[in-house]
Write a protein that binds this ligand. Structure first.
Ligand code: PMP
Length: 431
């Protein structure tokens, strides 16, 4: 595969941009080789500057559940740009999208728009602290909630990929108020709450983590957290930046029928534009400024173009709920194909799948938490990533990410992906 243009762009980028990229995992450090510079995308395909085409399983790290350049979203964006790019004042579209979100995610009675998932989680934890008057919160090892200081402690996603689950620059004072529990371990959370009785404002988690690969909740885990929070007056925050509008119209909370007090959202909610949101019980949300004392603001929050894209996306998903069955079927075909191959090749790597998300873990352990995720052979993943890339399949460049499907992936692409997986495994394992 010729990547001369990408190579020279990467060299130049490194002169002006730290590591040549605006988000660390994009540098391909964990998988070796140079990153590809992308020129355009359409449907299920990414095209790099050298003219190579790839079927992709990232979809902008989750947002593009309908694939690239979906006509409904493109049209909404183009129409919105005719009217101006930013007003910093209320618009009718903000009401429409908020109304639609509250219909799709019933636990969200009021919602505040922000510009990224990071802002959503930072704001939700501040709100929980302000509302309860308590300082500490519990997060789970390997969960990723963006790059806010208090979350960069045993963080997943790029933080673990880059070998920095705990970032320098986060003060000890901040770190002290973040309590850590192993994912899927209800007993450990109960003990932590007991040891910090009356001091825990919130428990935040990815109800279905996608940031250490895709991990499914153990039976009773989410329900147990809900009960514990009710008993102890703790705010339960589901970080559905990844799973929101992806696993179901109402996200993981709909799939597992557990209702959080607050929900953080991002990715799909912006239709590919930079948007995040947090919302939940009216009584808690009214604690946010200007109705309440907890301050949170944003010059570009509710940006009219971002709102138009997000509304078009959510409306499309709301009006076409069969999309979720379709995505689950596509996921089932790919995962089924991968599992057949693993069996035929005598390999016992573990896999997880839920709807439009799935992971192939290079470990024979069942992956249920950060410890088991870290047992993966990440070197082997790097080789596999490159082997898939050379066969025209673009994956997230890290073992600690989920694969994301879009509705643009049809049977012919499924066949290509399954064959590429088999050929790549044979190549990297020399079978
Ligand atoms: N929470 C979760 C669950 C995420 O997956 C991410 C991003 N991968 C974030 C928060 C942060 O979102 P952003 O990158 O938009 O700041």
């Amino acid at each position: 595969m010729k990547i001369d243009i990408s190579k020279s762009l990467f060299e130049k980028a490194q002169q002006f941009i730290p590591g040549g990229v605006n988000s660390p995992v994009r540098a391909f450090k964990a998988v070796g080789g140079d990153p590809l510079f992308i020129k355009k995308a359409d449907g299920p395909y990414l095209y790099d500057e050298d003219g190579n085409a790839f079927i992709e399983l990232i979809n902008s790290w989750g947002p593009l559940i309908l694939g690239h350049n979906h006509p409904a979203i493109k049209e909404a964006i183009l129409k919105a740009t005719e009217l101006g790019t930013s007003f910093g004042a209320p618009t009718a579209k903000e009401i429409e999208i908020a109304d639609l979100i509250t219909q799709m995610v019933p636990s969200v009675e009021k919602v505040r728009m922000v510009n990224s998932g990071t802002e959503a989680t930072m704001s939700a934890v501040r709100l929980a602290r302000g509302y309860t008057g308590k300082d500490k919160f519990i997060k789970f090892e390997g969960n990723y909630h963006g790059h806010g200081d208090s979350f960069l402690i045993a963080a997943g996603s790029g933080a673990i990929t880059m070998g920095m689950p705990n970032s320098p620059g986060v003060t000890q004072g901040t770190a002290r108020d973040t309590l850590l529990a192993p994912h899927n371990d209800l007993k450990a959370v109960e003990e932590l709450v007991e040891a910090n009785k009356g001091e825990v404002a919130a428990i935040i988690l990815e109800p279905v983590p996608g940031n250490m690969g895709l991990i499914l909740p153990k039976k009773g885990f989410l329900e147990g957290l809900r009960k514990l929070c009710d008993r102890e007056g703790i705010i339960l925050i589901f970080d559905e930046v990844m799973t929101g509008f992806r696993l179901a119209p109402g996200g993981a909370q709909e799939v597992f029928d557990v209702t959080p007090d607050l929900t953080t959202m991002g990715k799909i909610i912006g239709g590919g534009m930079p948007v995040g949101a947090y919302g939940g019980k009216k009584e808690i949300m009214e604690f946010v400024s200007p109705t309440g004392p907890v301050y949170q603001a944003g010059t570009l929050s509710g940006n009219p173009i971002a709102m138009a894209a997000g509304y078009a996306m959510l409306k499309h998903l709301h009006d076409n709920p069969s999309i979720y069955q379709e995505l689950d079927k596509t996921g089932g075909k790919i995962v089924g194909g991968f599992k057949d191959t693993l069996q035929r090749l005598g390999l016992n790597y573990s896999m997880t799948h839920l709807g439009s998300m799935f992971s192939l873990f290079f470990t024979d352990k069942e992956v249920v938490d950060f410890e088991t995720a870290k047992s993966c052979d990440t070197q082997l993943f790097g080789k596999y990533f490159q082997a898939m890339l050379s066969r025209g399949v673009y994956l997230a460049p890290s073992q600690f990410e989920s694969f994301f499907l879009s509705t643009a992936i049809k049977d012919e692409h499924v066949q290509h992906i399954v064959q590429a997986n088999e050929d790549s495994l044979k190549e990297v394992l020399d079978i």
